[in-house]
Design a protein around this ligand. Sequence first.
Ligand SMILES: [Zn+2]
Length: 435
Amino acid sequence: MGLFLKGCDWVVTQNPDRDVLRNSSVSIDDSGIIRDMGITQGSRNDEVIDCRGKVLIPGLINTHTHLSMTLFRGYADDLELQQWLEKRIWPLEKRLTGEMCYYGALLGTMEMTRTGTTCFVDMYFHMEDVARATEEAGLRGILSYGMIDPSTQEGKERERKNSLKLLQQVRAMKSPRISFAFGPHSPYTCSEETLLWCRKEAEKENVLVNIHIAETRGEQARFERDKKSREVDYLDKIGFLNDRVLAAHSVWLTKSEVQLYGKRGVRVAHCPVSNMKLAGGSVAPLPEMWEAGVRVGLGTDGPASNNSLDMFDTMKFCALAHKAHRWDPSAASAQRVLDMATIDGARAIGKEKEIGSIEKDKRADLVLVDLKEPNFMPIHGKETVISDLVYSASGYNVDTTIVDGKVLMKDRKYLRLDPAKIEEGVNASVRRLMH
Ligand SMILES: [Zn+2]
């Protein structure tokens, strides 16, 4: 059975012309592909969703998160990154079990479904349990096991085995929505040997390498002290940087390093909220990245350093951070920021042929936003729909979420997830974790 989204007040296509359609419908075939749009009729057997009073947008893409960290939400705030990690987060992470990560990830998928995110990139531990949660929720995910090198060779081998094991598990799931990326945590927690191993394996398996680069000023300074080189210089010197690298953060880059990113084809997951909250010390050089042709998506980062997975929040913060930082209200315009959360996000993760815009023959990852809320009144015309979405909307205006043509939430009711079961599992996990 196909799906017919009937009479949307607006359709924000995010197609190459950035068309915004008025009073339009979208029909989706039973394999989850957008069949037709505009003035169109559904097929006789289609399920029909009445979209009057709603705006249809492409599902949002969160290019960097750590879902299971929902369990730590609000647990350790107002600390800078290194203290936050070493004193509060890493000790707790040692106690995590697969079951806890499963419930943490389920809570994350519920929050994303609720707030209109349909695709995400994750890095953490117990990733087979995160994969299970993603499959149950029906979302699209790229999953990596976060590799942190222990001091022993045996430990390093174990990290590699864990990565390859996740790759096999993901492939065995045969889910069209779930894929794998290698996940060396960062250049300061992984050896040269591990970084180059990831590069080589990623080439062989045709997947991305998901890594944190140049997140804070302190990290860059310590790296220069220890390695006598800046992070990006070092990564390029060892031959790590190429177009498979998805670099989260990348705040502390010089102009020439940004150009190097462009030349090597490095992709970026920009996480403005987390960068501000953990006081990394600056704002990523976004206009320079655009100028150098770098593909930049938006990410929330983990829910312990944001503290939400709401991409509408992140869009607004992104626009405001760059305007404030540059003294320029035209920096990071509403349209550019929406691009980052949709089609540019898809480019950053190599999925722009499948998702990121509402166009014929693309996968139907779609979100309906309810306009009958005070923060959406009035709408002056099609030019302002985009700014309303970026500056005024909240994820909690979303009322329907669709992935691959399957409805995951309709009229704010979850069709696949069981909120009571998730709440119970999360509370039990937190009790065991914190006792
Ligand atoms: Zn991160």
